[in-house]
Design a protein around this ligand. Structure first.
Ligand SMILES: Cc1cc2nc3c(=O)[nH]c(=O)nc-3n(C[C@H](O)[C@H](O)[C@H](O)COP(=O)(O)OP(=O)(O)OC[C@H]3O[C@@H](n4cnc5c(N)ncnc54)[C@H](O)[C@@H]3O)c2cc1C
Length: 397
């Protein structure tokens, strides 16, 4: 994306990310094969990002990070997504790190944040259950107090990257939902966060038959009396929801940056193809307005999404009112997801039949691009947010 308006510090972040990409470029097609054919994310990409310090932006210097903030993280994610190397596990690990940073004890911060910043630890995030997706308050996984900690029982679904993660930040009920309702407590009360080892006894995981996103698979988790020590609870008991809410804006902003980058991937490929492909005489198809106008329109929407994304990220870094940032973050995520989906559709159309040839790595992008409209939050919930919080309309659900 255009760099003219970036501060020197931000431009340096983009340059660092592009330097890593330049190093990875000779093996780019191999990485795409690993992602789309083996359904694995190439470890080397993660390691190179870590070595360049690109995973450390959200973690303060005192805990081994760079403290550059969310704008830096968004800039990095946009660059990698432009090469179809966006990385959901980076997003999830970053969200988990934020929960530790905002709610953890000093000892927890010292234990977990430095290895996360160095890229030595990957974390999954588990809130969704078979019967609790959009409405997260309905989750039923319970954490009962026992001597020295908690015992977890329940089930999660759709959890990304469990097989390669070292740990999972699990949202569980320390007050069962029925008790919350019976006692007339606020529905967000009684949720707590736990950092559970992937290899914890009693925890079983099973791959779901989903179409892989960026090489990461989704899993069902089964908690059967999983013992979790007290010092693995992140944040106050029963009030973990505050930490979740604090992570929502960054999650949407990073999601938006990924969408903007994916749009760039589609546009780059479509434009390159349309400049070369000749169907009638010596005129490249890119000269036809039916081909070029949709691409120009997508470029306009992409720029708008990017400006919103950066405004939201900068607002977050400057600690503006979370509701103000929330409006921009939600709008950015919505526009980025819708634009990316339009972009993959038009990129495939521009390629004609070649759009369906595996070697072009376009048709495989349909699923990860489309996912952005559904997860981490669906676009209907974004519209609900804007309707209620920006327009002041009544809540509908
Ligand atoms: C590939 C993939 C990876 C994922 N990774 C993770 C992960 O790592 N960790 C994790 O915890 N979860 C993960 N999820 C789960 C994801 O966050 C949920 O699927 C998502 O929040 C939607 O929940 P649901 O599937 O239960 O849909 P439902 O809640 O059943 O909703 C279905 C649809 O109904 C509509 N809808 C629902 N409520 C409203 C409303 N109030 N107003 C308007 N429309 C509404 C929306 O269109 C929504 O898409 C992942 C999902 C996928 C597909």
């Amino acid at each position: 994306m255009e760099r003219a308006f970036l501060t020197p510090e931000q431009a340096a972040v983009v340059e660092a990310a592009e330097t890593v990409m330049d190093r990875l470029r000779p093996r780019h097609r191999e990485y795409l094969r690993t992602i789309f054919e083996e359904q694995r994310f190439p470890e080397e990409v993660w390691e190179e990002m870590a070595r360049a310090g690109l995973l450390a932006a959200m973690i303060p210097e005192e805990y081994g990070g760079s403290g550059l903030g969310l704008t830096a993280m968004a800039l990095v994610m946009e660059v990698f997504s432009r090469y179809a190397l966006s990385n959901t596990l980076v997003l999830l690990t970053t969200m988990d790190a934020m929960a530790i940073l905002n709610g953890g004890t000093e000892a927890q911060k010292r234990r977990w944040l430095p290895p996360i910043a160095a890229g030595r630890i990957k974390l999954a995030f588990a809130i969704t259950e078979p019967d609790a997706g959009t409405n997260t308050f309905r989750i039923r996984t319970v954490a009962r107090r026992v001597d020295g900690g908690y015992r977890l029982n329940g089930q999660k679904a759709w959890i990304t990257g469990v097989d390669v993660a070292d740990g999972i930040l699990v949202v569980a009920r320390t007050v069962p939902y029925a008790d919350v309702v019976a006692q007339g407590l606020p529905r967000q009360y009684g949720l707590s966060l736990f950092l559970v080892d992937r290899t914890a006894p009693g925890l079983r995981y099973q791959a779901m038959e989903t179409v892989g996103i960026e090489g990461f698979r989704q899993f069902q988790l089964f908690f059967d009396d999983v013992e979790v020590e007290e010092d693995r609870r992140i944040g106050p008991e029963h009030e973990g929801v505050r930490l979740l809410f604090e992570a929502l804006n960054p999650e949407r902003i990073i999601g938006a940056a990924i969408g903007v980058g994916m749009t760039g991937y589609c546009l780059d490929k479509a434009v390159a193809y349309a400049k070369e492909r000749r169907v009638f005489g010596d005129t490249p198809t890119g000269a036809y307005q039916a081909v070029q106008h949709p691409l120009a329109r997508i470029r306009i929407l992409q720029e708008a999404a990017w400006m919103l994304t950066l405004r939201a990220a900068e607002g977050f870094d400057r600690r503006l009112d979370p509701r103000t940032v929330g409006a921009w973050a939600n709008m950015a995520k919505y526009l980025a997801a819708e634009t990316a989906f339009e972009a993959i559709d038009r990129a495939i159309q521009t390629h004609g039949g070649s759009g369906f040839v595996k070697d072009y790595y376009l048709v495989q992008m349909l699923a990860p691009v489309r996912l952005l409209k559904t997860a981490p939050v669906n676009n209907e919930m974004i519209l609900n947010y804007v309707a209620e919080n920006v327009l002041g309309l009544p809540r509908s659900y």
